[in-house]
Design a protein around this ligand. Structure first.
Ligand code: GTP
Ligand code: MG
Length: 460
């Protein structure tokens, strides 16, 4: 647990800016306000005030001051907020003045939120939702994060835990009073009914094929294909900037290059990979190995070929031609360099559709022709992929693990029903409830706290 000094930080973005927000939280927050503006305003009412350097009395700025006395504040402690002019020197002056006040110190990353957690204002899943909301780059990510911040998963897990504990109480009553005549014979059956229901609800949440996690990270689209086909040119086109080096020499791209895009409100991670071919160069070989690995793990592969070369087999070998198992990813063929194809020969290589191609596009990454069609198809694909995700509640591996462990414990409890060994059932239910408690942070979580709060910025 953190020490109880009063913390302060710049909570708004990098100066210079129109407005800067400096927040304080802790027992000295009121005293700090008094030292800077001479008074403590009415709770939750904005007050205009001169901010002065406490020792010399020089005016630093004029600001709006807000006061949120404990416990009705974000952190659950006394919180004060100053909305200053967002200049570098103003902020430095105010932070400097605060640092000189006894018992006040600069906050560490995520420390405001950590105090909110420690004071029971947020459970761990809500903390994660808050972190995701700040990091959200697309509207779909924002919606998912906001739902989590508002307790979509945390409240559900708490509700499951509560029902689990009720079922456990019934079974324990049965164990404790098994000799006494006035204990109803069948306490176990209704308890196990509850357990079965819970197991089904948890299983339903897990059956979302990991799309909630994907929405946090983005749909992964790998651009792969033979060397010199124009993969990097396509990546630059889609990213609308020069991310990858393009050159007329085959084997230009060696490492995997990653770009994050917002396609129609959905996050897409685009990967440019090394052209796939046999090579004696160990560096290129490693690039090809990585290219294959990433393409294998992608949700969609854009297999780019030089469409000006007469047919598919000479333009690029079958991506899975060397005896490897086809990956589960969908594969779209992109026939590039359409600008080099004379109009008479257009369409001449539609002849041999391969079964591994889900869709086919003809375009020119150089002139941009056909690019809009590809972008629309990608956006539609992302939308269809994520459509089911709007209801997903599992957004992290940590949640998935907790739910899987819970489900496994419930399964084991249900298996014990025939044996009639109630102590074993009780033990599994206890294990399940502990796992759920860890998810929301109600139970021994010190070890995961640091990992979660580390990703926050200072002032949050
Ligand atoms: N005419 C024409 N040239 C293109 C087109 N797209 C790419 N090129 C050119 O093809 C060459 C190779 O392009 P890159 O984007 O580097 O190809 P790559 O597939 O990334 O190649 P590697 O990284 O070596 O695998 C460059 O000279 C590009 O300018 C296109 O649509 N039309
Ligand atoms: Mg390249």
């Amino acid at each position: 647990m953190s020490d109880r000094s009063t913390i302060f930080a710049l909570s708004s973005g990098r100066p210079p800016a129109a407005i800067a927000v400096v927040r304080m939280s802790g027992r000295q927050a009121g005293a700090a306000l008094k030292a800077l503006i001479g008074r403590v305003p009415q709770p939750r009412q904005a007050a205009l005030a001169r901010v002065r350097e406490p020792v010399g009395g020089e005016v630093i700025d004029e600001a709006l001051a807000l006061w949120f006395p404990a416990p009705h504040s974000e952190t659950g402690e006394d919180v004060a907020e100053l909305q200053l002019h967002g200049g570098q020197a103003v902020i430095a002056g105010v932070l400097d003045a605060l640092g000189k006040i006894e018992g006040c110190r600069l906050a560490e990353p995520g420390e405001f939120t950590r105090r909110a957690f420690e004071n029971g204002k947020l459970d761990l899943t809500k903390v994660e939702g808050l972190g995701d909301l700040i990091a959200a780059e697309t509207q779909a990510q924002r919606r998912l994060a906001f739902r989590q911040l508002k307790g979509l998963i945390g409240d559900r897990a708490e509700d499951w835990r509560r029902r689990l504990i009720e079922a456990l109480a019934l079974i324990e009553a049965r164990i404790d009073f098994s000799d006494e005549a006035d204990v109803p014979e069948d306490l176990v059956a209704p308890a196990l009914d509850t357990v079965r229901q819970l197991r089904d609800e948890i299983a339903a949440c897990l059956a979302d094929s990991g799309r909630g996690e994907r929405l946090r990270e983005g749909l992964v689209v790998a651009i792969a294909g033979p060397p010199n086909a124009g993969k990097s040119t396509l990546l630059n086109r889609l990213a609308r900037r020069e991310v990858a080096i393009v050159s007329p020499y085959p084997g230009t791209t060696r490492d995997v290059i990653e770009v994050h895009l917002d396609l129609g409100g959905y996050p897409v991670t685009l990967l440019d990979t090394a052209g796939i071919r046999m090579s004696d160069d160990p560096v290129e070989q490693e690039g090809v190995r990585r290219a294959r690995e990433r393409a294998d793990m992608a949700d969609l592969v854009l297999w780019v070929i030089d469409g000006s070369v007469s047919d598919l087999s000479s333009a690029g070998r079958d991506p899975y031609s060397n005896g490897r198992q086809p990956s589960h990813a969908e594969l779209w063929l992109v026939k590039n360099k359409n600008d080099l194809v004379s109009s008479q020969s257009l369409g001449s290589h539609e002849s041999s559709p391969k079964e591994w191609i889900n869709r086919s596009f003809t375009m020119s990454a150089r002139t941009g022709s056909g690019l809009d069609t590809l972008i629309s198809a990608l956006a539609a694909h992302a939308q269809a992929y994520f459509a089911a995700t709007e209801s997903a509640i599992v957004t992290r591996a940590r949640h998935r693990r907790a739910f899987e462990e819970t489900r496994a414990a419930l399964d084991r409890a249900l298996e014990q029903r025939c044996t009639g060994r109630e102590e074993l059932i009780a033990e599994e239910l206890r294990a399940a409830s502990t796992t759920l408690g860890r998810l929301t942070g109600r139970i021994d979580v010190e070890d995961i706290l640091d990992a979660i709060f580390r990703d926050f910025c200072i002032g949050k």
